[in-house]
Design a protein. Structure first.
Length: 349
């Protein structure tokens, strides 16, 4: 059976154009900076985001880790949102490998304010040395359901941070979803922050790869940490070729994923056994809870699986569905019909 896979936008497979570009890619040894396709992608990304330099990395998780290692000395405090991917989705690398000290703040749907952060800035007793090494923001916020971090908040937080010479990093795994949803140039979002990571491998549909973006100095050191972490690659033009296609052809279409997610969210919201906050359905992620005692999380997932539909759930019985290029509007209709049938079934139970 061919499954409709709503578990994640990392399930996307590369397009025909990507496969052709990979096949044709000019290659060299990226360990010596000699892969022309990697160099082209890195230049293209820096230009697109309006920053000095960019670096191809194997994964978003490695990008987050590299950034923590570049900015933080051992024991430095890192202010981040309490349900941020760095804190809850990366197996504690922030502590075990970067040896930084997470200072979590609970946001509203993943969004933090400058006022909240100000209270957590930390000086040592003689008020000379600041112990806050870095502030991390997440846009869009994964656990909150693809919520967009408002630009005004980013600006205010960066202004505060920079007045204390603290860098601000954006975990922008899905930053293009935010740019498309807001219908603004990506440069506007990333202008105030010092560095950014985004994933090629999610909604942009590449098979693998993420990008780290920032100043020349930042990327120079990031390159060293990439090597330490085993992320230095060789004929990586194989990966970069798909990335170039993604930046040229896969950004604008994210709008379709957002429309599908909204349709899905609205229809789920009409069902009595589902609890969903439609305010959080801003991009390509739909999160909801099941209220009915008659159906457990596992059972719901199993029923859908039997219908050829895969969805994601966590132990706390939070469900997540992600739309992406391999999901069409008729797939959304199919899953909505399944959920409706389950509601009928529950009424007769
Ligand atoms: C997916 C994700 C990452 C990690 O990216 P990988 O390429 O899967 O390692 C980091 N941050 C956020 C917000 C994500 O959604």
């Amino acid at each position: 059976m061919k499954y409709i896979d709503f578990r994640s936008d990392t399930s996307t497979t590369p397009t025909k154009e990507m496969r052709a570009a990979i096949f044709e890619a000019e290659l060299g040894n990226d360990g010596y900076h000699e892969d022309p396709t990697v160099n082209k992608l890195e230049e293209k990304v820096a230009l697109l985001l309006g920053k000095e330099s960019a670096l191809l990395i194997p994964s978003g998780t490695m990008g987050n880790l590299i950034t923590l290692m570049v900015y933080c000395k051992r024991g430095d405090e890192v202010i981040l949102e309490a349900s941020s991917h760095i804190l809850v989705g990366e197996k504690g690398g922030i502590c075990s490998i970067a040896q930084a000290m997470p200072i979590p703040i609970e946001g509203i749907n993943g969004v933090l304010t400058a006022e909240q952060i100000k209270k957590k800035l930390h000086y040592n007793s003689n008020n000379e040395e600041i112990q806050t090494g870095l502030i991390c923001l997440e846009n869009t916020h994964n656990r909150a359901g693809g919520v967009i971090f408002p630009i005004s908040n980013i600006k205010a937080i960066c202004e505060l941070a920079h007045s204390y010479k603290i860098p601000v990093y954006l975990d922008g795994a899905r930053i293009f979803n935010a740019a498309v949803a807001l219908n603004i140039d990506i440069k506007e979002i990333v202008k105030p922050v010092d560095s950014i990571m985004f994933c090629l491998s999610k909604g942009l549909a590449c098979p693998v790869g993420s990008m780290l973006v920032g100043t020349h100095d930042f990327i120079k050191i990031a390159r060293q940490y990439r090597r330490i972490l085993g992320g230095r690659m060789r004929q990586a033009g194989i990966i970069a070729a798909a990335g170039i296609v993604a930046l040229e052809h896969m950004i604008d279409r994210l709008q379709i994923d957002h429309e599908n997610a909204l349709k899905l969210g609205e229809e789920l919201g009409k069902l009595s056994y589902i609890q969903i906050d439609l305010n959080t359905v801003q991009t390509n992620i739909v999160r909801f809870k099941v209220l009915n005692q008659k159906i457990g999380a596992r059972e719901l997932v199993r029923i859908l699986e039997n219908q050829g539909i895969l969805i994601d759930y966590s132990i706390e019985e939070n469900f997540r569905m992600v739309t992406h290029k391999d999901i069409e509007s008729r797939d959304v209709m199919k899953v909505i019909n399944c959920f409706k049938k389950i509601e009928k079934h529950l009424k007769h139970k």
